[in-house]
Design a protein around this ligand. Structure first.
Ligand code: GLN
Length: 495
């Protein structure tokens, strides 16, 4: 029997009917990962034997008739920025090489409680800074659709692991687009939840006012399933929202956009940076939604040209503060420095400086310097405080839009997956990958990337749906309707 590693729903069915055991599923996932890793490099760590033992345990509990969790026997891969006690947490950084967390992130605890098989930690841009998974101390991840191209980033490994059909579900994190952009590049579905909907406890912090964890999968139904498991209030995260969790799976199943007002973000479609294939995908989606009974309304943002500049002030400022904890004393990596430096600055300062210089990669250092500059005496008012004011205007744009429409439709990325190496010498070009995604983070609202077509080169293209805070059900309802009417989410890369 073939084990469908591209569908959590189908796996669940086979497991409950007894047609497959959890051990068989775990073995098949490990086999599949072993076969695809040399070409894809999606994983920084694979759990191996531990997963088989966990699966045996599950099978025993199932045959004893004990109740099992919602993800019983489903392999899930998690981005290497989430703290796990049984696997290293490296953030793809030399700074955290071999680091073992003493506690599990809340989302990991929830996965365990749901009886998911935690199969491994996925590759990423170092500390989640990047859009191509090339800023990784573990080497780049390759796009399963075309191995000369990047899977996107920073959750590139999590997206590629799903796209390579290694696992049906993965968790990424999204500070400025890191779930949605790799989802779009890999032809899968990725949700950035409302800020505060999913606990950030145990997520290694990049920019705390923007970071969210979210699910990645082939289709909206699987996505909603994982979302239902991870969402909810957590007293350990002070920004966590107390609101009750909606039934996301029901929303996907409803698949109903009749009467829904969908705002088409015109200024994004007219942006000269937007590639033709990506524009066509949105245009085709407009027709799909109209045919399904939605009302399409044009919307314009006044401040969209400030999204990227605002993000690239606020995110580095928060990063420079969050990353000050890596000093060679608290965590694994330590470098004592050359004799010359020790003589000049003393042993303690030499350790701090050298540990940070040798432990961090170039992009992380760039962000720390940008953030430190923008926060420094005399500049903070000009940069950081100013960015905070603009952030409020950006949120106002969204509020104005949501007074008229229920959800927003637009592109995820300006272009499809670009070639490895193409943007590595030009940080500004890399930052422009975030042109359409950072708005949702700055405004704190939910946004979903959905597969929506292919380019002439057979590369995936996505569309992005956004809603007001806590309106994830509207996004899932629309994605359900879209996926009922289209087949983009059913396409798999050639093996
Ligand atoms: N590409 C963006 C950045 O480098 C987004 C990263 C993210 O969402 N983690 O900051």
């Amino acid at each position: 029997m073939t084990v469908p590693l591209d569908s959590a729903a189908q796996l669940s069915q086979l497991l409950t009917s007894g047609e497959a055991t959890a051990v068989e599923v775990a073995q098949e996932a490990l086999r599949r990962i072993e076969a695809s890793e040399p070409a894809i490099n999606a994983f920084n760590h694979v759990a191996g034997e531990a997963v088989i033992r966990q699966a045996e345990e599950l099978d025993k509990r199932r045959s004893a008739g004990q109740p099992l969790g919602r993800l019983a026997g489903i392999p899930v891969a998690v981005k290497d920025v989430l703290c796990t006690t049984e696997m290293p947490t490296t953030c793809a950084s030399r700074m955290l090489r071999d680091y073992m967390s003493p506690y599990d992130a809340t989302v990991i605890a929830k996965l365990r409680a749901a009886d998911a098989l935690l199969i491994g930690k996925t590759n990423m841009d170092e500390f989640a800074m990047g859009a191509s998974t090339e800023n990784s101390a573990c080497g780049p991840t390759y796009n399963p659709w075309d191995r000369t191209r990047t899977p996107g980033g920073s959750s590139g490994g999590a997206a590629a692991a799903v796209a390579a059909c290694d696992v049906p579900l993965s968790l990424g994190s999204d500070t400025g687009g890191s779930i949605r952009q790799p989802a779009a590049f890999c032809g899968i579905t990725g949700m950035k939840p409302t800020y505060g909907r999913v606990s950030r406890y145990g997520l290694v912090a990049f920019a705390s006012s923007l970071d969210q964890i979210g699910p990645m999968s082939w289709d909206a139904a699987d996505n909603a399933l994982l979302m239902s498991v991870i969402a909810g209030h957590d007293p350990r995260d002070s920004t966590s929202l107390p609101a009750a969790v909606d039934d996301y799976s029901l929303a996907v199943a409803q698949a109903d956009v009749r009467g829904m007002r969908i705002g088409v973000i015109r200024d994004q479609l007219e942006n000269p940076g937007l590639d033709d294939d990506a524009r066509q995908a949105v245009q085709a989606a407009i027709d799909v939604f109209r045919d399904a009974g939605a009302e399409l309304i044009d919307v314009r943002f006044q401040y969209s040209r400030y999204w990227v500049p605002t993000y690239y002030i606020i995110a580095p400022c928060e990063a420079s503060s969050n990353l000050s904890r890596y000093d060679g004393a608290h965590y694994g990596f330590r470098s004592l420095g050359t004799r010359e430096v020790v003589q000049k600055f003393g042993p303690l300062m030499a350790m701090y400086c050298h540990s940070r210089d040798d432990g961090f990669g170039p992009e992380v250092k760039r962000r720390i310097m940008l953030g430190t500059y923008a926060l420094s005496e005399g500049y903070a008012a000009k940069y950081y405080t100013k960015a905070l004011s603009v952030r409020r205007l950006i949120r106002q744009d969204y509020d104005d839009a949501f007074a008229k429409v229920d959800i927003l439709l637009g592109p995820v990325t300006p272009t499809p997956a670009f070639r490895l190496g193409e943007k590595m010498d030009d940080p500004l070009q890399m930052y422009l990958c975030d042109l359409f995604t950072v708005g949702a983070n700055l405004a704190g609202l939910p946004a979903l990337a959905v597969p929506a077509g292919k380019t002439a080169d057979a590369l995936p293209v996505g569309i992005q749906l956004q809603a007001a805070p806590l309106h994830e059900p509207a996004l899932y309802r629309a994605a359900g309707a879209f996926q009922q009417a289209t087949e983009h989410h059913t396409r798999r890369p050639p093996q």
